[in-house]
Design a protein around this ligand. Structure first.
Ligand SMILES: Nc1ncnc2c1ncn2[C@@H]1O[C@H](COP(=O)(O)OP(=O)(O)O)[C@@H](O)[C@H]1O
Ligand SMILES: [Mg+2]
Length: 273
């Protein structure tokens, strides 16, 4: 990401739309504020669809800080974060990566699904997550001191592909950590209704379905119903798609490819909405 793009980020933030809707579940807002004040990196732990990304977006708005998000995957390397030389015409020019941009300009850098990234990513952020608060750019042979407003946030899904993508204890201990879980039925009903405009009664039914399926641990689903799936179902219902069909396509089908389980879950949901 180039400097010009960062300016766009800062500019867009100034004029940006209203604060995204986020319903605090516990004391995460307070924790984040204090972490930001003390420049402590934060690790958001929790299954997919529990509001981690939304929370970071909300906090960036609350603190009036630019936010740069990197969705990590198996190929994400430290070069992608720090920067690289590119050839432009007859010249070779250096282009800062998102991490370098955030460090220099003072932005919140959100490394979504950090455990997915290559191990050198974790090495690259080491000196930023301790008292040094600096970034070493080996290709340029320079060290950059972090801007006072720089903050590192990472997310991590502990249940995902058990045993595979774990985060080493030595890495985890560099962060203040917050756990995200599925909200209580009351909170989740409010989230679904507020997010989509669906009536409370139907929103509650969707939440009941979710909790029923979440408790069916014997199905051995790798991931269970997230708030995101409920929000999707609620949007479809709201736009006029029949309720049962909405639940089938937004909640049941994304969860499993097993024909029998799909049928059993569909039958169960049909009884509940
Ligand atoms: N506490 C919350 N407040 C508002 N919306 C939420 C909350 N938790 C979940 N959501 C809804 O669920 C969707 C998925 O959340 P997201 O932040 O993308 O999850 P994650 O990053 O944990 O996978 C959001 O787009 C939003 O609609
Ligand atoms: Mg996310």
């Amino acid at each position: 990401m180039s400097i010009t793009e960062t300016i766009t980020i800062k500019e867009s933030l100034k004029f940006s739309s209203e604060i995204p809707f986020y319903k605090p579940i516990d004391r995460e807002v307070e924790v984040f504020r204090h972490a930001f004040k003390n420049k402590l990196p934060i690790l958001l732990k929790g299954p997919t669809g529990t509001g981690k990304t939304r929370f970071v977006d909300y906090m960036a708005h609350q603190l009036e800080q630019p936010l740069i998000t990197v969705s990590c995957h198996e190929e994400t390397s430290s070069t992608d974060l720090i920067g690289r030389y590119i050839i432009k015409g007859t010249e070779t020019i250096w282009v800062d990566g998102p991490l370098t941009t955030a460090v220099k300009e003072g932005a919140i850098l959100y490394l979504d699904e950090i455990a997915e990234a290559r191990p050198d990513v974790v090495v690259a952020i080491h000196s930023l997550t301790d008292h040094r608060k600096e970034l070493y750019i080996d290709k340029l042979g320079i060290t950059v001191k972090a801007h006072p407003d720089f903050m590192l946030v990472a997310s991590f899904n502990p249940g995902y592909q058990k045993g595979f993508k774990e985060l080493k204890p030595s890495t985890r201990q560099r962060f203040v950590a917050l756990s995200f879980q599925y909200p209580t039925a009351k909170d989740e009903t409010e989230i679904v209704a507020a997010e989509t405009g669906l009536d409370k009664d139907t929103s509650k039914k969707l939440v009941n379905i979710a909790n029923k399926i979440r408790n069916l641990t014997e199905l051995g689903l790798t991931e269970t119903v997230s708030t995101r799936l409920l929000v999707d179902a609620a949007m479809l219902i709201n736009s006029g798609l029949p309720k049962r069909l909405s639940v089938k396509v937004a909640v049941v089908e994304p969860l499993t490819d097993d024909v029998e389980i799909t049928q059993a879950l569909t039958d169960l949901c049909d009884l509940m909405i």
